[in-house]
Design a protein. Structure first.
Length: 162
């Protein structure tokens, strides 16, 4: 069985970068979920969860940074459309036994194109903010596994990571 040939949508017929024209696409509810992790010393995670990091509340600062980043995605990624985002959430799950913080970012809009890049950006910037706030006590932290978990809406419908 032959798979349909996929083509890059941001390249025009002459091989030049081009922003996709979404003018005639139907406005639908678009949602995406992305995750990521920051691995650190268990002692660092304890400082975070006990609100003992000198720069302030790590999770609330990272949450705000992730939300702000989602709203600025089109200014960071050259061919990304500016979107009227209707909802952004960034949550954290400390895994104390592993010395890890898991990040879950969710973005939603009613629009003509998806919010995958916005949710990936939110998770990435939240992770970078955690690193920035804690680097004085743990420069060996590792940001990992930034990935799209799910997207809904549009012509392609639902996609979920298996």
């Amino acid at each position: 069985m032959d798979m349909p040939k996929k083509k890059l949508t941001h390249i025009d017929s002459r091989g030049r970068a081009s922003m996709v024209d979404v003018t005639n696409k139907v406005i639908t509810t678009r949602e995406a979920i992305a995750t990521g992790s920051v691995l650190m010393k268990k002692e660092t995670l304890k400082l975070i969860t006990n609100d003992k990091i000198a720069k302030g509340n790590v999770f609330e600062t990272a949450r705000l940074a992730g939300i702000m980043a989602a709203k600025k995605t089109s200014g960071l990624i050259p061919l990304c459309h500016p979107l009227m985002i209707t909802s952004v959430s960034v949550d954290f799950k400390p895994v104390k036994t592993k010395g890890r913080v898991d990040i879950i970012a969710k973005v939603k809009c009613a629009g003509r194109t998806g919010v995958e890049m916005e949710t990936l950006t939110a998770a990435s910037i939240a992770a970078l903010t955690i690193y920035d706030m804690c680097k004085a006590v743990d420069r060996g932290m590792v940001i990992s596994d930034i990935m799209l978990q799910e997207k809904r809406g549009g012509k392609s419908g639902v996609w979920k990571r298996k």
